[in-house]
Ligand binder design. Structure first.
Ligand SMILES: C[S@@+](CC[C@H](N)C(=O)[O-])C[C@H]1O[C@@H](n2cnc3c(N)ncnc32)[C@H](O)[C@@H]1O
Length: 289
């Protein structure tokens, strides 16, 4: 690992970046900055060995996590940031690490990392809260492309990703995430770790995609099944899945009692439902039900 202070002579101290570059936090961009270098270094350790990896960072902002990541021997870091005010602060970091960092001014929702970045690729990000969940679902859809995702969310979202069946936060996000990846909380941070402090605690979730991944049509089937099942989470599955047609037969084919509710059904049971529903659509001559 290169020392984080290697290029420090050329860089504005992290604690001064916001003032020097006029980066007053904007709520609409979900800006809560990490300006504590030891905390940034702890997050950058969570993905494990980054040597030779092509890493995507979403929303580098003032660049604290960016600097911490560049202290690792990664192959290349691509940082996608929507706020052009951050670009001058990041240009310093780019200049201090020639050829190792590319900063793009772009909406991360339209950045196709799975296509544009070489493998092995990872995402490491302190995500903007307003777009964190859609970004995660996008990466889950193509989980085979990613070696690991190390992502900071509001703590409640982290609980919704890692929750076990039958617990308070279990829902669609837990099923989709745990179906394609092993998921754990690597670090929890209080509001005071950020500038400005958010109203809630935050947590970093580490998602490591499984070796076997569902094909796109099966993932789409799972999205439809979980949307219906958790759309009315307290309803019995026979009623909740009714809009999909043939709910009782589908549940019976999977050995699931029709009186059960989505919130108590383990991920493996959803897997069975998605496969059976997809097979039924294919038998009926439809590519995707
Ligand atoms: C929670 S802040 C994190 C900033 C920095 N990584 C840190 O830890 O201090 C989220 C960052 O994402 C940026 N952002 C917000 N929406 C974005 C989007 N759609 N695409 C790319 N970046 C975005 C914000 O401008 C902000 O810099």
């Amino acid at each position: 690992m290169t020392s984080a202070s290697d290029a420090a002579g050329a860089l504005t101290p992290l604690g001064e970046v916001v003032r020097r570059f006029g980066l007053d936090a904007r709520k609409a961009l979900g800006q809560h900055f990490l300006l504590d270098e030891p905390v940034c270094r702890r997050i950058a350790l969570l993905p494990g060995d980054l040597s030779g990896r092509h890493v995507l960072e979403v929303g580098p902002g003032p660049g604290g996590l960016t600097r911490a990541l560049l202290a690792h021997p990664l192959a290349h870091l691509t940082a996608v940031e929507l706020d052009e005010r951050a670009l001058a602060a990041l240009a310093e970091v780019e200049a201090a690490h020639p050829g190792r960092l590319t900063v793009l001014r772009q909406d991360a929702r339209h950045f196709d990392g799975a296509t544009l970045l070489p493998a092995p690729r990872q995402v490491v990000a302190n995500l903007p809260y307003n777009v964190g969940t859609p970004l995660l679902v996008g990466w889950l859809r193509e989980a085979a492309a990613w070696e690991r995702l190390t992502l900071m969310f509001q703590e409640e979202v982290a609980f919704r990703i890692t929750a076990a069946a039958g617990t308070e936060h279990y829902g669609r996000l837990a099923v989709l995430s745990q179906w394609v990846a092993s998921c754990s909380i690597g670090l929890r941070l209080p509001p005071g770790a950020f500038r400005p402090p958010p109203k809630v605690h935050s947590a970093v979730v580490v998602l490591t995609p499984h070796a076997e991944q569902p094909p796109p049509e099966l993932f789409r089937a799972m999205e439809r099944i979980t949307a219906a099942a958790f759309g009315q989470r307290r309803k019995m599955l026979r009623g909740a899945l009714k809009p999909l047609g043939g709910a009782e037969a589908l549940l019976s084919a999977c050995g699931i009692a029709p009186e059960r509710r989505a919130e108590e059904l383990p991920v493996a049971a959803f897997d069975a439902l998605a496969r059976a529903w997809l097979a039924r659509g294919e038998e009926a001559g439809q590519a995707t039900p």
